[in-house]
Write a protein that binds this ligand. Structure first.
Ligand SMILES: [Zn+2]
Length: 447
């Protein structure tokens, strides 16, 4: 399906693939198991998990559900789920805690009644247990001491400090290891983390609300289409899934409060990071003016990081840029997307934001979104399309956006959410076959 490397001016019809080529099984999306996103309140066919076969897939799906319970809490650490199972019964479970705190495996172990209870268990983990000492000791070493019968791994960790070493350590300890269970679905869930390591840079995802009648880029910038309740709930779920949300100044004014609130709810109080592309510093200056005039802050202004051009803040009194106004200066680049990526890669930005920003969800005008695609920086696309048209109409409406540097992004999932059709596209490099153990994946025969 990837069809090798396409030339520039590629045939746009390639995107118009038939829906059955969607890669994920029914009921799964990049946001995980849709029926487990409680705010979606799914019913009907979309709520049913189909095609799970055997205990390993069913328990891996359970581990994914456990991971989903910490959506928006642990990133930029991967949001891993771990379930210990004995004789078909769940013995313990855990998900990765906030950045720098315990990993899923340790949480599950420390939650179990006793550590001896875990001997002979099978451990189901969505991501390969880590083998390196970061802010936490290696989970592979911990698991290796338990007397496990098996360890079942969703996807291998492409972090060069792990990259199979966790699996090797378990096997060396006599634990039977199975990998690649539900690999496409688990890889989709972990895609921001996987892409971060596979690409070696910040990962960018675009969120679009399109109409099949006026596709993006067709003529100017179509207005943001109002999406239904379920699509809004899923958008909020996605906002938590990424380390930060990037908006342009117009979107910050119209929807900034809603976006910040959407991230905050369900994130255990962790402050959201909303990046505002404000090259001329208009919003920043307006905010400073209100502050000096002692006007109350507007709720829309909560936790913004302003991305501005240096020339736009020249002459601005440094003391006026208060502590809570994080200002990041953009380097000179022709494309906005490249300038933002370069600014975010800077160590200083991490310090200012309080935690690393390794994945970003972009909600903005088509103009800014497409700048990322032109620069080869658009790795994931989430699009809500009104479902008035035929399947072909719906896919065609995405034909101008699901492109990265002239390459079509492969379709990942197509799901009806209320009145909106959700289409997700994911860079091919995030497919499990690109980094899993080849003999065990059973996936990727089509390329
Ligand atoms: Zn770990």
């Amino acid at each position: 399906m990837m069809g090798g490397h396409s030339r520039a001016g590629v045939d746009r019809a390639q995107v118009s693939m038939s829906p059955q080529l969607s890669l994920l099984r029914a009921g799964f999306a990049s946001g995980g198991i849709l029926s487990a996103v409680s705010s979606l309140e799914l019913s009907g066919p979309a709520s049913i998990l189909q095609d799970l076969s055997g205990d390993d897939e069913r328990w891996m799906a359970e581990a994914l559900k456990v991971a989903m319970g910490n959506n928006g809490i642990s990133n930029p650490n991967p949001v891993v789920g771990c379930v210990f199972v004995q004789n078909g019964t769940r013995v313990a479970e855990g998900a990765t805690e906030c950045w720098g705190a315990r990993h899923a495996e340790r949480v599950a172990i420390e939650r179990s009644d006793s550590i001896t209870r875990l001997a002979g268990c099978a451990a189901y983990v969505t991501l390969e247990p880590c083998a390196h000492k970061g802010r936490q000791p290696p989970c592979a070493d911990l698991l290796a001491t338990l007397g496990l019968q098996r360890c079942v791994v969703g996807v291998r960790d492409p972090n060069r400090l792990v990259n199979g070493a966790g699996i090797a350590r378990l096997r060396a300890a006599g634990v039977e290891v199975t990998t690649g269970v539900l690999a496409p679905e688990i890889a989709a869930w972990h895609s921001p983390f996987l892409l971060r390591h596979l690409l070696g840079r910040t990962v960018f995802a675009g969120l679009w609300a399109l109409s099949s009648e006026s596709p993006a880029g067709a003529s100017g910038d179509p207005p943001r289409r109002a999406i239904g309740q379920q699509a809004r709930a899923y958008a909020n779920w996605l906002r938590r899934k990424y380390d930060a949300v990037l908006v342009d100044s117009q979107t910050a004014l119209s929807a900034g409060a809603e976006i910040a609130q959407g991230i905050r709810v369900g994130s255990s109080g962790r402050p959201p990071i909303v990046l505002v592309f404000d090259p001329d510093a208009q919003l920043l200056k307006a905010r400073i003016k209100r502050k000096t005039d002692r006007q109350a802050a507007r709720p829309t202004e909560a936790p913004f990081v302003f991305l501005v051009k240096r020339t736009s803040i020249e002459g601005l009194e440094p003391s006026l840029i208060a502590d809570d106004q994080l200002v990041v200066v953009l380097p000179d680049c022709r494309d906005s997307g490249a300038a933002i990526a370069a600014a975010l890669a800077h160590h200083d930005t991490t310090l200012r934001a309080g935690r690393p920003i390794e994945s970003v969800l972009i909600e903005s005008s088509s103009h800014l979104l497409m700048s990322f695609g032109r620069c080869g920086l658009l790795d994931i696309v989430h699009a809500f399309v009104d479902s008035a048209g035929t399947d072909d109409d719906i896919l065609r409406s995405c034909s101008d956006i699901a492109f990265n540097n002239g390459e079509p992004l492969p379709l990942l999932a197509k799901i009806q959410l209320g009145k909106d059709c959700l289409l997700e596209f994911l860079a091919g490099i995030a497919r499990p076959c690109c980094y899993a153990e080849p003999r065990l994946t059973g996936y990727g025969d089509d390329h």
